[in-house]
Design a protein around this ligand. Structure first.
Ligand SMILES: Nc1nc2c(c(=O)[nH]1)N[C@@H](CN(C=O)c1ccc(C(=O)N[C@@H](CCC(=O)O)C(=O)O)cc1)CN2
Length: 302
């Protein structure tokens, strides 16, 4: 039976570390602030943005939720982002995805100031992460996966990591983190056009699945002893559940847990890490502003 990687517990540890950093920054006069922009009323997005603002409050950070209607125009969303880019109380800005169909996400992700882009989706930060520049922000979910592996002491060195999915939010940045010096994995990225997916997944020492297809990965597709990281979070209708749905990952958890060496559950695996790492990126953004202001003040005093 695989070891279950408890993302909720690890995220709690990270959030406690963040709270300690917030206390330090507050004592020095800076209150880290995160603004979350939600367009429309996607039920899952509403849950995620509420979790983000609640997590900020629990860590002692300032948080602001800006809600625009489903019918919001391009100009309205640009205006909202521009206002937040210029607001000195806000250190991190994110636009919750997905956006309604009339809005092209790419335009808005590029509008967020790279210095406040704590999601790490602006091309400046994507490029910096790709070249290994620590000044860039790494997207929260892949950063959270690397942190889970590190804290669980799962060795990535010379391991074969197979990623299923090719999104900008998870898979592409994760591939670059896993192959970077220090992590040293050999990475294979697969996607919907990959022929015979199982031939790749069976080779994986570390298998990461991020496609949003419940139960896609069965036990036959997994190498014995592998580490399996499930990023899928799909709501599946279930009238017997008080919420009317259950959350399912991309992995057939019960069967795969019999064969894998370690596995993340859904819920309670990667998801909570996404929020914890977002807070961490926001602290980094606030710390940079704080340090710049302190240097300026010192230079002025001389
Ligand atoms: N601007 C962004 N949009 C989206 C991101 C993102 O990182 N930035 N990622 C996802 C959604 N997401 C955060 O925004 C997110 C997804 C899942 C979880 C989570 O904790 N899931 C729980 C289950 C939650 C539930 O019960 O519904 C779990 O897996 O345990 C947190 C954040 C897409 N959009």
């Amino acid at each position: 039976m695989a070891r279950i990687i408890d993302g909720t517990a690890i995220a709690r540890e990270i959030r406690a570390e963040v709270a300690a950093q917030v206390a330090q920054l507050r004592a020095e006069g800076t209150v880290p602030g995160l603004a979350v922009v939600l367009v429309g009323g996607d039920p899952a997005s509403e849950v995620y943005v509420r979790s983000k603002t609640r997590a900020c409050q629990e860590a002692g950070m300032h948080s602001r939720l800006l809600q625009l209607p489903e019918t919001a125009t391009r100009e309205e969303l640009f205006g909202t982002i521009d206002g937040l880019n210029a607001d000195p109380d806000i250190h991190g800005v994110l636009v919750q995805l997905p956006l309604p169909p009339q809005l092209n996400a790419k335009e808005f992700l590029e509008r967020v100031s790279p210095a406040k882009d704590v999601d790490g989706f602006h091309p400046n930060n994507v490029g910096r992460a790709f070249v290994g520049d620590p000044q860039g922000f790494v997207p929260a979910t892949p950063a959270g996966i690397m942190e889970l592996l590190r804290r669980e002491r799962i060795d990535t060195h010379a391991q074969h990591a197979v990623i299923v999915g090719r999104s900008l939010i998870v898979s592409k940045p994760l591939a670059s983190l896993l192959m970077a010096p220090g992590a040293n994995s050999t990475v294979t990225l697969t996607h919907r056009h990959t022929v015979d997916l199982a031939q790749y997944t069976r080779m994986a020492d570390i298998l990461v699945v991020a496609v949003g297809k419940p139960g896609l990965i069965t036990a036959e597709m997994v190498k014995p002893g592998a580490t399996v990281i499930d990023v899928g979070v799909t709501r599946v209708d279930d009238p017997s559940n008080p919420r009317g749905y259950v959350i399912r990952g991309d992995v057939d958890f019960e069967a795969v847990a019999e064969k894998a060496g370690a596995i993340t559950p859904v819920p309670g695996g990667v998801g909570p890490m996404t929020i914890a790492m977002l807070l961490r990126n926001t602290i980094t953004a606030a710390q940079r502003v704080h340090d710049r202001a302190s240097r300026k003040a010192k230079a002025g005093a001389r």
